[in-house]
Design a protein around this ligand. Structure first.
Ligand SMILES: Nc1nc2c(c(=O)[nH]1)N[C@H]1C(S)=C(S)[C@@H](COP(=O)(O)O)O[C@H]1N2
Ligand SMILES: [Mo]
Length: 531
């Protein structure tokens, strides 16, 4: 049994964990970033975390939820590693068993990811082995000496009695200092080396991405170009969301902790399942097909009333309808499951994909190849449906099945299998708690009811009468529309509210409902002060 102090034992445990995670990174350069233990376990956490906790994380951290998850995982891991260190100082076996358990978790997480192979176990195995070695070295191995406690040696009683300088006392204290220094040097050297290996490996893995392949893509000219955006679709009001969302400002939502890097040279799309003629396409096959280009507004089901998880882009792609006609779906195959390279799935009604709307297998976004985080090289875009049931990024499979036979990713997690976009409207200006000057104020925002279209937008002040806003022209029923209303603001505190009516005559309900299971409802309400 070691007589290591608790602080040192804890630090030894944390060092062992840093070594384990750090050395796993360069190994993951060979096996792919998703096999690195932190990312693999983090991915597992994303998949198994209960829905309310996930909602909470998104509410608190917003789009930083992934970073929060990784930092949280790292902090938790450090705490457990410290405990393991303390445990190991008492009984090395227990500490080593703890590390083995973590390595096993890493292996299990890496091997259960979609598309994993046996080699994906390697980063966790190598990390676990070197972590265990580190712990052993501190507790029972070559670094043990260094880790011995600096028990303050008492001066020999005889020396005190003689009231002389206690012989041998100072040198012993120096030995304690020296021991601490050596221990800290060992910690610093190991943790430092592991950190360099970890960051270096992470950077190298990033360089093996597909941005070069993306830049080399030449998008074909569409046979059916997007109808031009009418002059005036953009009201050019300050702080009003632009009609077309630039790629860099487009919201991003997915479960991927590392953005999948899919090489277009090896990409394949399999259309299979309950079809008479299964089809497999390469990226070049896809690019050789007639392409259409359309403005389509994508929205996330997790968008709160007034939220910004929505964007409008010009998408270039092949109509999914045409591909489905070719594979000839069987009777009763009422669901098309889009499957991403990382295993994520969405389930889209076959009927929706075949009803004539511009559902696309998209390769281009606003005139560029898809940005990697938006699904490069190929994704689905379906007008009128929330992204979680239709907008599969990094798509590699379309499987014909039925809703009775298969639940896509979010369905067992409490979200509705059907996800038509609800009619919504948002006030972009003024903003919450803005202080305005009395007199004319431009109230403006966007409204959307994809594939039905917006007929009317109304604004009211302080529960007063509804006033019809002016709608900007738009390109089709598949995009949002800008609106504005001139308000003669009077001094005092006021509340602005907006509601939209779709082309079918349905007005969005006042009742506030949460985003789960199938999209929020309620009127966007903005309190302002007029001075
Ligand atoms: N592979 C994959 N595709 C995905 C998702 C995902 O988690 N993984 N999320 C979906 C959701 S919930 C939405 S709202 C849209 C968002 O697309 P964007 O990130 O390009 O805005 O992508 C969809 N496609
Ligand atoms: Mo979403």
């Amino acid at each position: 049994m070691s007589s290591m102090s608790r602080g040192r034992a804890a630090l030894a445990g944390v060092t062992a964990a840093v070594v384990a995670i750090g050395v796993a990174e360069p190994v993951a350069v060979l096996t792919g970033p998703r096999s690195a233990p932190l990312i693999a376990v983090g991915g597992l956490v994303v998949d198994v975390v209960p829905e309310p906790l996930k909602q909470f994380a998104i509410a608190v951290f917003g789009t930083y939820d992934k970073i929060a998850l990784l930092v949280g995982t790292a902090v938790l891991l450090a705490a457990i590693a410290a405990l393991l260190g303390v445990l190991a100082a008492r009984r090395l076996r227990f500490g080593l068993a703890g590390i083995a358990a973590f390595a096993a978790l890493g292996v299990a997480a890496a091997l259960t990811r979609a598309g994993a192979d046996a080699l994906d176990a390697l980063p966790s195995l190598v990390g676990g082995a070197l972590g265990a070695l580190t712990l052993w070295a501190f507790v029972a191995g070559p670094l043990r000496e260094a880790a011995a406690p600096s028990t303050p040696p008492s001066p020999p009683a005889a020396a005190l009695a003689r009231d002389e300088a206690p012989a041998g006392w100072e040198p012993q204290e120096a030995a304690g200092d020296e021991s601490r220094r050596r221990f800290l040097r060992g910690v610093g050297l190991l943790a430092g080396t592991a950190a360099v290996a970890g960051l270096g490996g992470h950077w190298l893995a990033g360089r093996r991405g597909v941005s070069a392949a993306r830049e080399a893509v030449r998008l074909p000219t569409p046979v059916a170009p997007a109808p031009p955006v009418p002059a005036g679709a953009d009201l050019a009001v300050d702080r009003l969301a632009p009609f077309v969302t630039p790629n860099r400002e487009f919201y991003r939502i997915d479960t991927a902790l590392v953005v999948p890097q899919v090489d277009p040279a090896t990409w394949r799309l399999r259309i299979h399942g309950r079809v008479r003629r299964p089809l497999e396409l390469s990226f070049d096959d896809l690019l050789a097909r007639p392409m259409v280009e359309r403005h389509i507004t994508l929205a996330c089901v997790s968008n709160e009333v007034g939220g910004d998880l929505i964007g409008n882009a010009r998408w270039l792609g092949v109509p999914i309808r045409e591909l489905l006609d070719e594979v000839e779906p069987e009777e009763g195959a009422d669901q098309v499951v889009g499957r991403s390279v990382d295993g994520w799935t969405c389930g889209t009604p076959t009927a929706v994909l075949r009803d004539g709307r511009d559902a696309l297998l998209a390769v281009g976004m606003n005139g560029e190849p898809l940005p990697v985080e938006h699904g490069f090289p190929v994704r689905m875009v379906v007008p009128g449906l929330y992204g979680y049931v239709s907008a599969c990024k990094w798509v590699t499979e379309l499987e014909l099945t039925s809703f009775a036979d298969f639940d896509a990713y979010w369905v067992p997690r409490g979200w509705s299998a059907q996800g038509p976009i609800k009619t919504e409207s948002r006030i972009d200006t003024p903003r919450r708690r803005d202080r305005l000057t009395a007199g004319p104020v431009t109230v403006a925002g966007v409204a959307w009811a994809q594939h039905r279209g917006i007929r009317r937008v109304e604004v009211r002040v302080d529960d007063g009468p509804w006033h019809e806003a002016t709608l900007a022209p738009t390109v089709s029923v598949d995009t949002w529309v800008q609106w504005s209303w001139r308000w003669d603001a009077t001094p005092g505190d006021h509340t602005l509210q907006v509601r939209a009516t779709d082309a079918a005559g349905e007005t969005q309900p006042a009742q506030r409902r949460p985003v789960a299971p199938d999209g929020a409802t309620g009127w966007h309400t903005v309190p302002v002060e007029v001075g």
